[in-house]
Structures are given as C-alpha cells and as structure tokens.
Design a protein around this ligand. Structure first.
Ligand code: ADP
Ligand code: MG
Length: 244
C-alpha cells in the first residue's frame, strides 16, 4: 500500500468545544475519498487539518512520510504546495485575467518563467475546458466557469493531492454538473483527492472510499456500496434516509 497521508488520533478543539475527536485514517495514493455528513460535523475542520491550515490540538498528520505537526511554518509552506485546495468560494483575483490567476503561484512561489507558466496555464485551462477564456476577467465568467478556473489554478502548483471543500455548494444548480465533470475527469487522471460534498450521486459514483462524519467522529469508512447501502451506525442511517 502506498500511503500519501495518514492521520493518527487527530483531535481539534475550539475552546471547550471538541470539533474533531480521535480521527484515524489513511489515504492511499491515487484514491478518491468523498467525505459526507451533516453540517457542523467537522468536515471542513478535518480538511483544513490535513494541510495544517488549522493546527490540530493533538494527534499527527503524516504527509508523504513527513509529520506535518512537527514542522516550522516555512517547511510547512513547502509541503502545503503539494496539496491543492479548492473551496466553496472560488476567490479568483478579480483584477487579473483568468490566465494570470493560473500563472501567479507557479511564477511567484515556484519561480517558473512567464513562458513556462503560460504554457502550463494554457494546458490546464484546456483541461477544464476554458482555454478560450484565458484573457477574460473572472467577473465575466459564470460561477461554474470561475470554479473550474480555481481548479486549474490549484493544479498549476502541480500538487500531489487535491482537497475540495464543497466546491459546488455556492453554485446555481445548472452549473454544478460542469464542475463535477471536471473533478471526475481529474479523478480519472489518477489524482489523489479528498472531496467534501453534498452531491451524493457524485460521492457515490466517483469515490473509491466514502467517509461519513458526524459529531466530530469519522464514523464510517468504506466503499460507496458499503456506506450508502449498508451503513452501520444509526447516525449514518438517519443522515442517508434524510437525503437520499
Ligand atoms: P462542517 O464542515 O462539517 O459543516 P465545520 O468543520 O465547519 O463542520 O465545523 C464543525 C464545528 O466546529 C461546528 O460546530 C463549528 O461551529 C465549529 N467551528 C468551526 N470553525 C470554528 C472556529 N474557527 N472557531 C470556533 N468554532 C468553530
Ligand atoms: Mg464545511
């Protein structure tokens, strides 16, 4: 087994509130994990702990063999570059064109030349179906298109793994499909992905493993069929009964 990330006894408190309670998990390289569960169950906090955007209260996050919880901020920055993140809000830089948004981090952080970053950006924009929009401003794009640019921008750092936190939740319904399709295409390239989502069709279809979170616990981990068709916990049964 080729582990990319391992989480051991991860706990996160905000003040007295225990938001993550002893989470243990392993992600193998190339796998797609979808994370489901009621709102407030700790999904976003968990995702943010994976790249130490949020500092765990205790426990370990081991990414590509390195324990992140031990690292200094500069070392952490290096490793964080290998984990692309896409949020609900796309946050493209409004004063830059689409392609400038995609080129920025590779040039600034990786020291890529303008030419090299431009070639890479065109390639990635083509991959998300938006190369024709390279010179447009983000504001002239639909929400779905902007989110696809945000995905291209994250991929421009050539990460080893991608984290998505409800990437389609802020979109109008008719735009959800194009973003899910982009993510599905990415999954098929062998990218390791962790996707927090309320899109149950996607969660089931694209995942190698589905993780169900509730009340700060990772209550169920299994194949899509196991978790969706044979949930073990009452919490998961309740949740699935309400949404399916
Ligand atoms: P989910 O993504 O599953 O909806 P979150 O991880 O956002 O859940 O939140 C889990 C719990 O932690 C919620 O009760 C939320 O109010 C609380 N929480 C999240 N972030 C903070 C924070 N920065 N400070 C205090 N409480 C927080
Ligand atoms: Mg959340």
């Amino acid at each position: 087994m080729n582990k990319i990330i391992e989480v051991k006894h991860l706990k996160k408190n905000y003040g007295d509130k225990e938001v993550l309670k002893d989470i243990n998990a392993v992600i193998e390289k190339g796998k797609v994990i979808t994370v489901i569960g009621p709102s407030g169950s700790g999904k976003s906090t968990f995702l943010r702990c994976l790249n130490l955007l949020e500092k765990p209260t205790s426990g370990q996050v081991i990414f590509e063999g390195t324990e992140l919880t031990d690292l200094k901020e500069e070392e952490l920055d290096q490793l964080r570059q290998k984990m692309g993140m896409v949020f609900q809000s796309f946050n493209l830089f409004p004063n830059m064109s689409v392609i400038e948004n995609v080129k920025l981090a590779p040039m600034k952080v990786k020291g890529m030349s303008d030419q090299e970053a431009g070639d890479l950006a065109h390639e990635l924009l083509a991959k998300v179906g938006l190369d024709d929009f390279a010179d447009h401003s983000p504001a002239s794009l639909s929400g779905g298109q902007q989110q696809r640019v945000a995905i291209a921008r994250a991929l421009a750092m050539q990460p080893d793994m991608m984290l998505f936190d409800e990437p389609t939740s802020a979109l109008d319904p008719e735009m959800v499909g194009e973003v899910l399709k982009t993510m599905q295409d990415l999954a098929q390239t062998g990218m390791t992905m962790v996707v927090v989502t309320h899109e149950m069709g996607f969660a089931r279809k694209v995942a190698d493993e589905v993780w169900f979170m509730a009340d700060g616990y990772l209550l169920e981990q299994g194949s899509p069929d196991q978790v969706f068709d044979h949930p073990q916990s009452d919490r998961a049964k309740d949740f699935l009964a309400k949404i399916l």
